[in-house]
Ligand binder design. Structure first.
Ligand SMILES: NC(=O)c1ccc[n+]([C@@H]2O[C@H](COP(=O)([O-])OP(=O)(O)OC[C@H]3O[C@@H](n4cnc5c(N)ncnc54)[C@H](O)[C@@H]3O)[C@@H](O)[C@H]2O)c1
Length: 402
């Protein structure tokens, strides 16, 4: 059986590992020793990857996690699945990809296929990954290089690695062919595009499409409120059109590792090439300002002043039914509430602990603001948790809301 390495064992890397282990011996390489130790005990830290599945592959000798570069030396394929965040200037930060490239460079002495699944700007594979690996390799090796951007939606059960169509493209026809062969073992629908840049750009555009439409609906929620009509009823009405409309729903903003970040990768590369990124920049602003708008609405309904009021934020994960708090809109909501003098606690038993604080019980506050509604949280209990409840999700009937 072929042996493959997956660099980064987070949401993306562990999910692929679990699928690939059916067909390959998988080495999950991660720089975080704690994560690796847990994984080797069969404990998954990722929604959608059951610990029982992990344990099954460990017991079958098909999965092992490691922090040692030497453990990936005899692999034939290496998949990069590391974070691609923004730096403090909100510009693309490729330092994790850079480190992954160095791991590859230092541990292979014969050619392998390097596939990048991390989201990044068009040109990353050709102008960053390949040269970085080559520059850091002791000897000249002709690796194969390809891109196959990841589309996994954590927590989603209807679409997974098998039935979500996957884009791919190699730097050479041979790289494309081996990439196709690899993914076809566990993905039903593979779509080859003409260059890695097209695949990289498509991934960014998919998330930019969501970001811009979410911003539009968030702005529309504010317009609807000013007009005294229900945003939800209006959206449902528009959604009766059988073509040319796609329904997005308003929220406290966007969160997670993708929507708040990926469009900025596209904007950065656009601006570098002298092309406008007006919509992307504006959408980012509108989404970021939603938290402030919500706090303004809550304050207006409560005598215009939140000083000393106890406010419970319900749901701090960036979306329902997962524990991921990266870039969560709840953080900005809490910041704005605190800057108004409110005494803020939060309830989220899926997240449980966050920023040194623990999930509070659901009740006993002057005000509750629902940012994320997990299925496990009872609607009636939310309504009973405070005399005033503001729901940003549209899921708590009887509460005030957008
Ligand atoms: N989470 C998603 O829903 C999703 C969906 C599609 C694409 N992506 C993209 O996939 C990539 C990975 O995202 P994620 O959500 O899996 O991130 P994550 O933070 O969940 O996991 C990344 C893992 O990589 C490890 N890591 C960091 N640097 C490393 C290195 N040099 N060597 C080995 N391990 C290293 C970290 O310890 C962590 O465990 C990003 O580019 C992201 O934009 C994410």
């Amino acid at each position: 059986m072929s042996k493959i390495a997956i660099i980064g064992q987070g949401y993306v890397g562990l999910t692929i590992s679990a699928f690939a282990a059916e067909h390959f011996d998988v080495v999950g390489f991660d720089s975080n020793q704690k994560v690796v130790d847990q994984l080797n005990l069969g404990i998954s830290h990722i929604e959608g990857v059951e610990s029982t599945v992990l344990t099954k592959w460990i017991n079958a000798g098909r999965y092992t996690a490691t922090t040692l570069g030497s453990d990936i030396r005899d692999c034939e394929i290496v998949v990069i699945a590391v974070p691609t965040p923004l730096n403090t200037e909100r510009k693309p930060d490729l330092r994790f990809i850079d480190a992954a490239c160095k791991t590859i460079a230092q541990n292979f002495s014969s050619p392998v296929l390097v596939i990048n699944e991390s989201t990044s700007f068009p040109g990353t594979l050709r102008t960053f990954i390949k040269p970085t690996i080559e520059k850091n390799s002791a000897v000249q090796i002709e690796h194969l290089y390809s891109i196959s951007p990841e589309r996994v939606d954590p927590g989603r059960t209807d679409f997974n690695q098998k039935n979500t169509p996957r884009l791919y493209s190699g730097l050479t026809p041979e790289a494309s062919a081996v990439t196709k062969d690899f993914y076809s073992k566990f993905c039903d629908n593979l779509i080859e595009v003409s260059s890695p840049e097209v695949a990289e750009a498509a991934k960014l555009f998919e998330n930019t499409f969501r970001q811009v439409n979410i911003a539009l609906v968030n702005e529309f929620a504010q317009i609807s409120h000013a007009l005294g009509i229900s945003v939800y009823e209006t959206l449902d009405a528009a959604n009766t059109k059988p073509y040319g409309f796609m329904k997005f729903t308003p929220s406290a903003g966007v969160g997670g590792h993708c929507i708040p970040v990926d469009p900025t990768y596209l904007a950065a590369v656009a601006e570098e090439h002298g092309a406008p990124a007006t919509f992307i920049r504006l959408a980012n602003e509108v989404n970021l300002e939603m938290s402030e708008y919500i706090v303004r609405r809550v304050a207006a309904d409560n005598g215009g002043n939140l000083q000393g009021k106890s406010v419970l934020v319900v749901g701090v994960a960036y979306k329902p039914n997962i524990a991921d708090v990266r870039e969560t809109a709840a953080e900005l909501v809490i910041q704005h509430l605190r800057s108004q003098g409110a005494v803020v606690s939060w309830h989220d038993d899926v997240v449980s602990t966050w920023k040194g604080e623990s999930s509070a019980s659901l009740g006993g506050a002057d005000i509750a603001v629902v940012v994320t509604k997990h299925d496990s949280v009872d609607e009636k209990k939310i309504l009973a948790s405070a005399p005033y409840v503001f729901d940003t999700t549209g899921n708590v009937k009887g509460a005030k809301g957008l």
